[in-house]
Design a protein around this ligand. Structure first.
Ligand code: ASP
Length: 315
């Protein structure tokens, strides 16, 4: 355990949400995400005051993460990068809604590839639920962020630690709502101690941070292959100025022939196209004769972020 500073960045989510009824976990009677400030969430943790001088707390945003957008990502990435650059900062905890948590985690890992721990955490129940899950998730995330040797962007939920590249929300209301598929979690937090199963996320930062605040974000959309899929949407997207398309392919990257024709056509117009699979597990294995490029190992939403960043680098 390091005694250096830990930075908490709040962005909202159900962990900061409130419900009119303490038994409402799913919004049946209407709970609202992003109501309580991150300072107040942390102040309610046991023994918080004892270590308070070690903690830096900032509210970067306050939103339901279904509404996450590039503006918040820019603000968050810049604050994360700023704090990571401080010698006396050991790690960062980010509170975030569960809906797009895997996208923010992947974005931060792909952009920053931090050598210190950046830990996103969340809750499936609002803060004022009869038995909220947020406080334990926060304590577990603090344990990971404080751990010497921890690095990269991870997600901590329900006692498990997941890597940004593999993590995915897989359940709409279960407390343990995340999975890393067949990669499995990086490890677990057990009574404040880490039990690691494999190495932390590693990578190389992209040279996009300088100028990110003013950068133009390319328009990249997601289309899906399914029975009866054709090229109508793809042709409409070309007309509307789309710059990149992720096609959510069947099985090991196969695409309906009518949709594929339209995708090949838009590629001739300079639109970048990549395939991801709609299979919940495993990874797409590209073949030598594939007509369309693939994004192996990435879910469609993460393939979209990878393509956005690639287009930004190429600009
Ligand atoms: N809609 C919420 C959010 O993502 C769900 C959650 O946090 O669990 O912000």
């Amino acid at each position: 355990m390091s005694d250096q500073k830990i930075v908490f960045l709040g962005t909202g989510g159900t962990i900061a949400g409130t419900a009119a009824n303490a038994l409402d976990h799913t919004g049946l009677t209407g709970y609202t995400a992003a109501q309580i400030g991150v300072h107040d969430l942390l102040a309610s943790l046991p023994d918080w005051q004892e270590g308070a001088e070690r903690y830096v707390v900032e509210q970067v945003a306050q939103l339901d993460s279904k509404d996450m957008g590039f503006d918040v990502w820019v603000k968050l990435a810049l604050r994360v990068a700023h704090h990571l650059a401080q010698d006396d900062v050991q790690g960062i905890v980010i509170t975030h809604g569960t809906d797009t948590l895997e996208e923010t985690a992947y974005f931060l890992q792909a952009l920053l590839a931090p050598s210190k721990p950046v830990v996103l955490t969340c809750a499936m129940r609002p803060a004022n639920a009869l038995v909220p899950d947020g406080p334990q998730n926060l304590l577990d995330a603090l344990a990971v962020a404080s751990s010497i040797g921890a690095r990269g962007v991870t997600v901590v939920c329900a006692g498990a630690i997941y890597g940004a590249e593999e993590v995915q929300k897989v359940h709409p209301y279960r407390l343990n709502a995340f999975s890393a598929g067949d990669a499995g979690p990086i490890g677990f937090v057990e009574q404040g101690r880490l039990r690691l199963l494999r190495d932390w996320p590693r990578g190389k930062a992209l040279p996009l941070l300088v100028g990110l605040a003013d950068a133009a974000w390319p328009r990249v959309e997601i289309v899906m292959s399914y029975a009866g899929a054709d090229g109508t949407v793809v042709r409409a997207l070309l007309k509307s100025g789309v710059q990149g398309l992720v096609v959510v392919a069947t099985g090991n990257g196969t695409v309906h022939q009518d949709l594929e024709s339209a995708l090949l056509m838009v590629m001739q117009h300079g639109v970048k196209v990549v395939r991801a699979t709609r299979c919940a597990e495993g990874r797409l294995l590209p073949g030598v004769n594939d007509a369309l490029p693939a994004a192996p190992g990435l879910t469609p939403v993460k393939a979209r972020i990878a393509l956005i960043l690639a287009l930004m680098q190429a600009a």
